[in-house]
Design a protein around this ligand. Structure first.
Ligand code: NI
Ligand code: MN
Length: 231
């Protein structure tokens, strides 16, 4: 079994879970100024959306329509997608978990906001805790502040990988992400939601160095387009 995460810039990741293809928060070229690929180049079986902001859903409809990927999101975003002809959705809400063919997905608390690009109500933002079929536990925080709720994730055993925003301004910055990584008891961290725009420029190398030095938690700075495989 192999579990590979590829960063496409901002909060967009593709995940290959032993051949099942996931995409998280699709924000691609040319909407995303740093993304190396367009929506037309993405193949997906499942799509995971953390909230309704344009920098997380800009390419969701196009990819869902072409690939037929099932979209896992909150009820309000599922409704918004349905209004655009996307019916293969699976709506969930905080604290709920459901088993999909690639693993079990639970919605976690995120402190943020969530309006859709056309002004529609996007419901509440959230993160994902995924127990993949190969046994790896992965936390995708989504856009969020540091919150004590993250301690719950650490209390129930922690995670093999945490994907955390570090860009500050709209989300946690590096100092709070360093605390979050410890609270969720991450073994490994990938950073996201930085360097897309000037207002979220952040030194990810410095963040990772500090995390490793002060906590012993492993941390990888991915170049856009690069991958991390958990085995
Ligand atoms: Ni956001
Ligand atoms: Mn965002």
């Amino acid at each position: 079994m192999a579990l590979t995460f590829t960063w496409l810039g901002h909060s967009t990741f593709t995940i290959d879970a032993d051949g099942t293809r996931l995409i998280v928060d699709p924000f691609l070229k040319p909407n995303n100024p740093v993304a190396p690929r367009t929506a037309a180049e993405i193949e997906a079986d499942f799509m995971l959306l953390t909230h309704g902001h344009g920098d997380h859903v800009a390419d969701a409809v196009e990819i869902a329509r072409r690939t037929g990927a099932q979209v896992i999101c909150n009820f309000e975003i599922a409704t918004w997608l349905g209004n655009q002809g996307i019916s293969n959705t699976h709506a969930m809400n905080h604290g709920g978990a459901y088993s999909f063919p690639f693993g079990r997905v639970k919605f976690t608390i995120a402190h943020h906001s969530s309006m859709l690009p056309d002004g529609a109500y996007g419901g509440n933002p959230h993160g994902f805790l995924i127990n993949f079929n190969d046994g790896h536990d992965v936390y995708i925080a989504g856009d969020t502040a540091l919150t004590y709720d993250m301690k719950l994730i650490g209390d129930v055993g922690g995670v093999d990988l945490a994907i955390l925003p570090i860009g500050d301004n709209y989300t946690m910055g590096p100092a709070d992400a360093l605390i979050a990584a410890q609270w969720v008891k991450a073994k490994h961290v990938l950073a996201c939601h930085y360097n897309t725009f000037p207002v979220i420029e952040t030194d990810a190398d410095s963040f990772c160095r500090q995390l490793r030095r002060e906590t012993g938690i492993d941390c990888t700075v991915l170049a856009v387009g690069a991958s991390l495989t958990l085995d």
